[in-house]
Design a protein around this ligand. Sequence first.
Ligand SMILES: [Zn+2]
Length: 277
Amino acid sequence: MAKLGGLTSALKSAKSSGVNLFCGYCGTETITINRRGICSTCEMPIEQDKATFSERNAELFQTIMSIKGSMGKGDFDGAAKLYEDAFAKYHDPGFLYAESLVRIKQSNAAIAQIRYDREGFMEENIAYRSKGALLVSNAKLLLSKAINVCNAAIASGLTPGTAYLLFLCYTKMGNQRAAKSALTLVGKSGNAYLAAYAKMMHDAATRDYMALDKDATEMLVMENFSANAMFYYALATLKRGDMEGTKHIISEVSKVVHIGSIDLLQDELEKFEKSFI
Ligand SMILES: [Zn+2]
């Protein structure tokens, strides 16, 4: 059975804090305790609630809400175009990274259409497969571009946000050796919270589930809380083969955040595995 000590008290605090932070890259709102956190969808850092964000960044807020709307309708191209415009306007490589996630999702949606049980499936499947591959190379280009922008910025001064974004891009590229070097930079940048989160993500990407279990547990205490750590903790527990423990975590977590049934978590876990190129 999974240990739930820290998790239970962190969940209680999250529930009573009632604070949700808004992601200025994808529009997701994520529950938090300490008014800092990581977006549960794109994993970018989040600091402001929705009302504050919309007040301080009215134009960008509208753009992000339009992107969210496009994604809700499955209009991947529309969302990607809005990210391109946002990058041209704000020069923030975070928009390139966010656009790459759209292309990865779009590729997964194309690959999911592949079927072997209908007439003429060969031609159709080839078309879906090549569309999927094209979208993945598009995502890789976007990530490379974001990496170049981050490296150029870091050359003139290390900031936690840029080091963390560099880490995210290498991780999504599947370049774990470069991600590890970027992880060291995040540590040097002086933001212990981002460094701890990046370490947890690196454990998952390198499939070190023992370390993931330990690092996710540490991110479930109040001082260092991240709602996503619940997901990583559940992933580590599932990968250890502890299905009962995973179900128990899910039932505790779902009292605070809506994550549906265990089946939904399994879908989420599969999507997570597919979210790396
Ligand atoms: Zn986000």
